[in-house]
Design a protein around this ligand. Structure first.
Ligand code: IMP
Length: 458
């Protein structure tokens, strides 16, 4: 459908379930390398739902939401917390750094946000100090081996998920409420972690943990979090079964998915829409529609291939710099400047297909305003051969050349637009090309950071 004709219709889901229809689960997830603006879309839709649930990732995620000129940066707590009266659920698929979570809760409380709607799965895994140490040491080990490091956020995400899979050395949120069992777990694990991480650091005896001190802290975390801990899967299934509406908030993004992203430069969880069923404990049939969030250009933090990166010439670097400044493209979690590139629609097409995306949310369109010419990648070729699609492997993908379509700029200012008809012709042509190339309807266009700066089409 052409954006010129598009009106206000329900988002076309498999059962026609639009965001907010009764008894429906809707997933909001990213189609690029993260930081697409998912927080804004979740915040915008949250008042149409009874609960917002996180299903993957941890404090590596960073969602920024601007409400009434006030900017909130959230890492572990679902953005839905900013909507009074809604439940904000952290599912079992999330890895939780309790200190980080308590800091975030304290920060929200001090700004007058009601956090009583928070619910935390007892089956979510806990990120402990040795996970962060291992994250850092493993990155150093890769660098010392002369290869590109993953460029992790350093939040201990990978090692925490590894322990979850290993089982014997893992601690779950529920364990924080069982001091005796916790003491046994920490005693056996801290000795092993000290030995293994000392070996990884290359210096015998250099890493050690005071298990009693850690136990004291961990029991304190348990005490503070206990009122929010429950079986969140049961809670969500009950809500959905009773006709309630749940919004599933994906963290990180498709191209960082551990199975389907640009491996090994990915995170350690399932970021795609299917992950919502696993990481929140709800049936697949509850996921009625999927909103795929994408930026009007590409960004990436950390290592790994990004075929459309603007880095070749001074002119390209100047364009990247302009986009970085206007889009505030610095990591919410680490403050690192994000790598910037042209919109890669071949990658977005792949991501949308993988999650069965039913509508697109195109974000940060206003950032492209000053550019008179835009380039968009519509496919790839290998050595001038036939067109090929996205490949979820960093080494293979790195061997492809992007195929660009060059078009004019947006043709004017877009920040004040509230309907498609308010947009200049160049901006509408850009959106038409996105829809046509991805093959999915656009449900929302964001033209600025405020809630009100959104054109809603679903
Ligand atoms: P980790 O999740 O900290 O292990 O980092 C693995 C990779 O995913 C790194 O390239 C990170 O920069 C990237 N990453 C993880 N979470 C996010 C996110 O929410 N936004 C953008 N990049 C992320």
């Amino acid at each position: 459908m052409n954006t010129h004709q598009q009106g206000r219709q329900g988002v076309a889901g498999p059962e026609g379930a639009g965001p907010g229809s009764a008894g429906a689960g809707v997933v909001v997830m990213g189609l690029q390398w993260g930081d697409e603006g998912k927080g804004k879309i979740v915040d915008l839709l949250a008042d149409r739902f009874d609960a917002v649930a996180r299903y993957n990732g941890g404090a590596n995620a960073g969602h920024t939401v601007t409400v009434g000129g006030e900017r909130f940066a959230l890492h572990l707590i679902p953005s839905g917390i900013l909507r009074p009266g809604k439940l904000a659920v952290i599912g079992s698929g999330v890895v939780i750094d309790p200190e980080w979570l308590l800091k975030e809760l304290g920060g929200l409380r001090s700004r007058g946000v009601d956090v009583s709607g928070l619910r935390i799965s007892g089956a979510a895994h806990v990120v402990l100090p040795w996970h962060q140490d291992e994250d850092r040491l493993r990155e150093g080990w890769l660098r010392a081996a002369g290869v590109e490091a993953i460029g992790t956020t350093g939040r201990g995400i990978g090692p925490a998920y590894a322990d979850k899979a290993l089982r014997g050395t893992a601690v779950r949120v529920g364990d924080l409420l069982r001091p005796e069992l916790l003491a046994q777990k920490l005693a056996r694990t801290s000795a092993l972690k000290g030995a293994v991480l000392s070996a990884l650091s290359g210096q015998a005896g250099s890493v050690g943990y005071d298990e009693q001190e850690l136990h004291r802290r961990a029991v304190g975390w348990g005490r503070e979090l206990e009122p929010s801990v429950c079986d969140t899967g049961e809670l969500l299934r009950g809500m959905l079964g009773g006709g309630g509406r749940v919004l599933f908030e994906g963290a990180n993004a498709t191209l960082l998915d551990v199975d389907h992203g640009t491996y090994p430069f990915v995170t350690s969880s399932t970021t795609i829409a299917a992950g919502a069923a696993v990481g929140a404990g709800v049936p697949m049939s509850a996921l009625r529609s999927v909103v795929g969030v994408m930026k009007a250009y590409s960004t990436r933090v950390g290592g790994g291939v990004m075929l459309t990166e603007l880095e070749g010439s001074d002119a390209e670097r100047a364009v990247a710099h302009g986009i970085r400044q206007r889009g505030r493209e610095y990591g919410t979690t680490t403050g690192r400047p994000r790598r910037v590139g042209w919109l890669d629609l071949a990658a977005v097409r792949y991501s949308a297909a993988l999650s069965g995306v039913t509508s697109l949310a195109v974000m940060l369109l206003d950032v492209l305003e000053p550019l008179e010419r835009l380039r968009v990648c519509v496919g790839y070729r290998r050595g001038g051969g036939p067109a090929v699609g996205f490949v979820p492997d960093a080494a293979d993908l790195g061997g492809l050349e992007p195929e660009y379509r060059e078009i004019g700029g947006l043709g004017g200012s877009v920040g004040g637009a509230r309907r498609l008809a308010d947009l200049p012709a160049g901006a509408r042509a850009y959106l038409d090309m996105i829809q046509e190339q991805v093959g999915v309807r656009i449900g929302a266009v964001s033209v600025g950071p405020e809630r009100t700066q959104t054109i809603e089409l679903w």
